[in-house]
Design a protein around this ligand. Structure first.
Ligand code: ADP
Ligand code: MG
Length: 644
């Protein structure tokens, strides 16, 4: 079976001695008290460490809802440690509650629980999910399934808020939280739907006064409020059926639009009426109000695509090749490009970008001075550096703006991208362009950089398109297939004029384009260079979408703009660990293959496959291969070898 609803409490409390209390692998920086994991009630003996499923431990808890209430009343006023007594599985009239893990003290983070509901009791329509078996999961079925799971997790989250149990209102004692998604709809582990059951994974801050158990309040929370939250979200799902259908339809329409891109010779599509701007630089919520200009496609590039749920849809279709986005400052160029970068994911209804679709393998690349680079062949962009420093196998712990950008582009190609997105705001000028005067002052022989402008056509020959935002250099007119000008947030096609200007004002610059792009050399990870341990223990800590601690090393993720969910970061950390433990990294296996294999395990066996022992996998979201590989590429101290 693809995934199981184990229902056995023993599953969740299995642990290894590998992680100590300050090794919580899923800490958000703003969530300090989650840093220490719940201490397992039954520390795993050596027999639990093997591959086979551990024998089911005898739990103190378990029983009926009344048993749970009695037990909570009994420990009322006792020291926090007595909460361990509630570990176990409880049968309520229409669902099961499983208390998987309870922290040793009130400052060690939340308890981890699951609710398991019979599929029939939820009245979830049967077409809402697959049969749950590997054989039965087609693309459509699994898409529908994860859209459904995403919806149910969001419903559960909003039911938590309605019940007044949200953490931001109630504080660390007595809250319930679920790892529901944000603006994107990404396959995640907070909710599992199979033919047999719906399982919700969540956490609870167990009620306490200092270190004293508030057992009666805990009974109100676990025995009275949880069933209400469940009733308001999935049990049954009837009151939300319209919203569920809309949610699923939105995701299926997105997928259908994306599936049409390649056959139509397109790399991206933005529907008419889309709302692209965001609330602020730090918020991904849509900007609202009368000043928002809805997207309106220019007639020259207008296409009509079909959707299963909304009929034909018109919008801007960006063709393969090189597309420039030009226009005055503040006219909305970066906003369009950012929406395209996010267009690799479906969005929730109401986001404004639901029908913005970009090829699934699109990569937004930026300059990232200071990043580490390991054994990348930079020669397509960068020749010999000062002091005869070769670039055929370039490594550094501190890349410059241009070398970092060159490395990131080569790495994206190595991972198989067919679309590069670049924004002048975040690129290195000397990487993008070298103008005529500079060419004359600093001759080619003294300039190691072949600027991107001189390679962008060679990329097209390789089947790789580029969308680039340039407000500052008309030299790019020469290499562009299409030029789109943003004018007061409205796109206009100005290709003809741009080409005419290029003829009237022929640039003085000399094209330094090499005859072909050059090698993109695959690399393999040397597994002995990967050490997840810190102080003798595996330690992998996700810090939001900004960084990932892997053993002693910190991976900076700031430049990965398409890493959108902290739960993706957690999954990346554990996928790397999974690949390492499974022996997927080998000196002759391309690192992209090793990471694809790890992702394949996730897709085939679900998130439980990559969950280290002792972790409760309720807070993962699926990363793309590109972010997974990009994280590895930024791991300081990793050693790789080129496979020529
Ligand atoms: P540019 O890259 O051309 O300098 P930006 O994309 O950064 O411009 O946009 C400038 C500002 O305009 C941002 O604050 C952005 O939120 C806002 N904006 C972008 N598109 C729209 C739109 N369609 N309607 C209203 N405001 C928008
Ligand atoms: Mg900009």
């Amino acid at each position: 079976p693809r995934r199981t609803h184990s229902g056995t409490a023993g599953q969740g409390v299995r642990s290894t001695p590998e992680r100590d209390p300050d090794d919580m692998p899923d800490t958000d920086p703003d969530d300090r008290d989650r840093e220490r994991p719940p201490r397992p009630r039954f520390p795993a003996g050596p027999e639990l460490r093997g591959q086979r499923r551990p024998p089911r431990p005898v739990l103190p808890g378990g029983g009926t809802a009344d048993d749970l209430r009695r037990r909570l009343f009994a420990i009322d006023g006792k020291p926090y440690g007595a909460y361990q007594d509630i570990l176990g599985e409880y049968t309520f009239p229409s669902f099961r509650l499983v208390v998987d893990a309870v922290p040793p003290d009130p400052f060690a983070g939340p308890a981890r629980l699951r609710l398991v509901v019979d599929r029939a009791a939820t009245r979830l329509p049967l077409d809402g999910a697959s049969s749950g078996t590997a054989a039965g999961v087609g693309v459509v079925a699994s898409l529908r399934r994860f859209a459904t799971e995403d919806f149910l997790a969001r419903r559960f989250a909003s039911a938590i808020r309605s019940a007044g149990r949200a953490r931001h209102e109630i504080g660390p004692s007595g809250y319930v939280a679920i790892d529901a998604g944000r603006q994107e709809v990404i396959e995640r582990s907070a909710c599992l739907v199979t033919a047999a059951a719906v399982e919700i994974r969540f956490v609870v801050g167990l009620p306490a006064e200092g270190r004293t158990i508030r057992g009666r309040e805990a009974a109100r929370l676990l025995v009275d409020d949880l069933p209400r939250i469940l009733a308001a979200s999935v049990l049954p799902v009837d009151p939300h059926l319209d919203a569920l259908r809309h949610h699923v339809a939105t995701v299926e329409d997105y997928q259908a639009l994306r599936d049409q891109l390649t056959a139509r010779g397109l790399i991206a599509f933005i529907t008419d009426g889309a709302s692209l701007p965001r609330e602020s630089g730090v918020s991904d919520l849509p900007l609202r109000g009368p000043n928002v200009v809805p997207f309106q496609s220019p007639p020259e590039l207008r296409v009509t695509l079909s959707t299963p749920h909304s009929g034909p849809i018109t919008g801007l279709g960006i063709p393969m090749g090189v597309t420039l986005i030009v226009g005055g400052g503040f006219h909305g160029k970066s906003t369009v490009l950012a929406a395209l970068a996010r267009g690799v994911y479906p969005h929730i209804p109401g986001d404004g970008r639901e029908r913005v679709v970009t090829r699934a393998d699109a990569v937004k690349v930026r300059a990232e001075d200071g990043r580490s680079v390991e054994e990348v062949d930079l020669t397509p962009f960068i020749g010999e550096l000062p002091q005869k420093h070769g670039t055929r196998a370039f490594s550094t712990t501190n890349a410059s703006g241009s070398t970092s950008q060159a490395a990131s582009i080569i790495e994206a190609l190595e991972a198989g991208t067919s679309l590069m997105l670049l924004d002048e705001d975040t690129t290195a000028t000397n990487f993008m362009i070298r103008d005529a005067r500079m060419q004359r002052l600093v001759p080619k022989e003294l300039e190691p950089i072949t600027p991107f402008i001189d390679q962008v056509r060679n990329l097209v020959t390789r089947g790789v398109s580029t969308i680039v935002v340039v407000g500052g250099s008309g030299d790019y007119f020469d290499v562009a297939d299409h030029v789109i000008a943003m004018h007061e947030y409205r796109p206009e096609v100005v290709t003809g004029r741009a080409h005419q200007i290029a003829r009237e004002l022929p640039g003085q610059r000399v094209r330094e384009s090499p005859p072909r792009f050059g090698p993109v050399v695959a690399r393999a990870v040397l597994p002995e260079s990967l050490d997840p341990q810190r102080r003798g223990r595996a330690r992998i800590v996700a810090r939001g979408v900004r960084s990932l601690e892997f053993g002693e090393a910190t991976i900076e993720l700031d430049a990965l703009e398409q890493l959108v969910d902290p739960s993706q970061t957690r999954a990346i950390g554990d996928l790397i660990l999974h690949a390492l433990r499974k022996g997927y990294f080998r000196p002759h296996i391309p690192l992209v293959d090793a990471m694809s294999r790890a992702l394949g395990d996730l897709d085939r066996d679900g998130f439980d496959a990559i969950t280290p022992p002792g972790r409760h996998s309720g807070d993962y979201a699926r990363p793309r291969l590109h972010e997974l590989v990009a994280a590895l590429n930024r791991l300081r101290g990793i050693r790789m070898t080129q496979l020529r």
